[in-house]
Design a protein around this ligand. Structure first.
Ligand code: NOJ
Length: 562
């Protein structure tokens, strides 16, 4: 099979604000990233994804872009970015940028112009609608962020019309129906490609197209999401007919000819419609990451669900598509706290087991900063210490409905996006070695025990395990090309699967639980000879037969001896 570089890659997501601060202002920056690139090279990743680092008022930590062609001064300059690109490329690390194409900041020049008058050149860059006869909002859509009266429309006095904002009032939606806007975007994407970036992660790309006529949603209000009668309906602007034309044009105008990689944030994408976006013949995107394995609401994955979703996505790959493997990112809580066990006893083992899943199931693994040292969730006592707009918005709504501050925090903390956004824990010095200044968000107090330096001091570190997995990807064709077969269907704790290609068969066996589990190894597996390649329980018997007893959070990778 002719592989693309991004199928062989291991991507590492950098949330720049929290990665490493070089100048002591408490905000991570590009020079900080440069100073740590050697760590990523050592880890073995060959692609980094930067969450948005463009000029931004930071209402949504950069997903509100004010200048699409510049770097936010808090992170550095365009020259710093060029230097970083050269440095990364020199180390064999590609760089992809987050591209926010659904909305901009209201501080973007385009919007400042757009709101000036109805005949402004930029008016149609955004989505403007007149009020209803009674002066009210054009429809009953609620915005994702809890702001104002809850509507997804904001009235602008200057021209007497409303503009659409699916997210914050300060993040107006762009109008993809308007060709000059599309051309502007294509030029801007080419600007970054000309600088040398290797691809883009497309923020909520499924929501670029809006339904014609902006009809009311018929969805019943959800008490959790209700906003004064304005209803948050995630389906309304997702996968709307016409979205494929937009993406195909993006491909033919930019991504295809420039041979740049694209990975979309697939809100509303499942194994059922994934091929419409990522089948190579569609010429839209290279891959999308989906929310079928876990959602921000549930944060739990049963063994059966894991088998089902992985099998379905393996089908997507077989049909000429591709998949992303990840368990957390900047929008979620920490994976070891959600799907593993973050107690002292099992944190390292379960972090390694989850890593093994991501790196041995079909698709491209995406690592989120800190997971390679087993960083865990955080809990602050006061809402003042939280930054995420969802957490703060939901907190205020809960308080207004009579919930006590403690109960509100107890409810919201485990799934707050801030869990993933605390500063990277480099060492046990003040502020975890992230900054000599006051960090923009509090450091996780666990940093004294959990940090890169402490982790790497052990020859059995989580970091070293990730390194091994990444190395295995380079050396074992079955990890990229192998067919996926699950065994022990229905087993609640043991997850067992093989990856087999013409030249190799690998077997992964994991005890996805905190207790020792006895089980019968399927006969067809026992009939073959296997050699152990990797384990997270070093002193155990390496023979497959010994696995009749699997220790808590034990994971083993074997290769078939031919
Ligand atoms: C998805 C991003 O990952 C998230 O952080 C952001 O808040 C929304 N899109 C809006 O851009």
């Amino acid at each position: 099979m002719d592989r693309k570089w991004w199928q062989e890659a291991v991507v590492y997501e950098i949330y720049c604000k929290s990665f490493c601060d070089s100048d002591g202002d408490g905000i991570g920056d590009l020079r900080g990233v440069m100073s740590k690139l050697h760590v990523l090279r050592d880890l073995g990743v060959n692609c980094i994804w930067f969450t948005p680092i463009y000029t931004s008022p930071q209402v949504d930590n950069g997903y509100d872009v004010a200048d699409y062609r510049n770097i936010d001064p808090a992170y550095g300059t365009l020259d710093d970015f060029k230097e970083l690109l050269d440095m990364a490329h020199g180390m064999g690390i590609r760089v992809i940028m987050d591209m926010v194409l659904n909305h901009s900041s209201d501080e973007c020049e385009w919007f400042k112009e757009s709101r000036k008058s109805k005949d402004n050149h930029y008016r149609n860059y955004y989505i403007w609608q007149p009020p209803k006869e009674d002066g009210s909002e054009p429809n009953n859509w609620g915005s994702y962020f809890r702001e104002g009266n809850g509507s997804a429309w904001e009235f602008d006095e200057t021209t007497g019309e409303y503009y659409l904002h699916q997210y914050s009032i300060k993040m107006p939606d762009l109008n993809w129906e308007y060709e000059p806007l599309r051309r502007e975007i294509y030029d801007m994407l080419n600007f970054w490609i000309d600088l040398g970036v290797d691809g883009f992660r497309l923020d909520i790309f499924t929501r670029l197209k809006k339904p014609e006529g902006f009809p009311d949603t018929k969805k019943e209000p959800d008490p959790l999401l209700d906003r004064n009668g304005f209803i948050v309906d995630t389906t309304m602007c997702t996968n709307v007919e016409g979205i494929h034309e937009i993406l195909h044009e993006l491909y033919t105008e930019v991504f295809g000819p420039r041979e740049c990689m694209t990975v979309g944030e697939g809100a509303g994408v499942s194994h059922k419609n994934a091929l419409d976006y990522v089948s190579a013949s569609r010429e839209e995107l290279d891959m999308v990451y989906h929310f079928e394995l876990s959602s921000r609401r549930t944060y739990s994955i049963s063994a059966d669900h894991f088998r089902k979703i992985q099998s379905e996505w393996a089908g997507v790959i077989k049909n000429n598509g591709w998949a992303v493997q990840y368990l957390s990112n900047h929008d979620s809580a920490r994976q070891v706290s959600c799907y593993g066990c973050d107690s002292d006893e099992f944190r390292a083992d379960s972090a390694k087991l989850l890593a093994a899943f991501i790196h041995t199931t079909p698709g491209t693994p995406f690592i989120y900063q800190g997971e390679e040292i087993g960083m865990v969730n955080v809990k602050y006592d006061s809402i003042e210490d939280y930054n995420c707009c969802y957490t703060v918005g939901d907190y205020n709504a809960m308080i207004a409905s009579g919930v006590s501050p403690k109960e509100a925090i107890d409810t919201l903390a485990p799934r707050s996006r801030d869990n993933a956004r605390t500063p990277y824990q480099w060492d046990a010095t003040e502020n975890a070695g992230f900054s000599i200044g006051k960090p923009w968000i509090k450091v996780n107090p666990k940093y004294k025990e959990i940090n890169l330096e402490a982790d790497r001091a052990s020859d059995d570190s989580i970091f070293a395990f990730y390194k091994e997995l990444i190395k295995m990807r380079r050396e074992n064709p079955a990890i990229i090309d192998g067919d996926l077969t699950f065994y022990l269907d229905g087993h609640e704790e043991i997850i067992m699967y093989s990856r087999a290609c013409a030249s190799q068969t690998l077997l992964v066996v994991a005890n996805y639980s905190g207790k020792t589990v006895k089980f019968d190894i399927p006969k067809e597996i026992m009939d073959c000879a296997w050699t152990r390649k990797l384990t997270n329980k070093k002193d155990t018997d390496p023979s497959l037969d010994s696995l009749r007893d699997l220790l808590p959070w034990e994971v083993e990778i074997y290769e078939l001896v031919k």
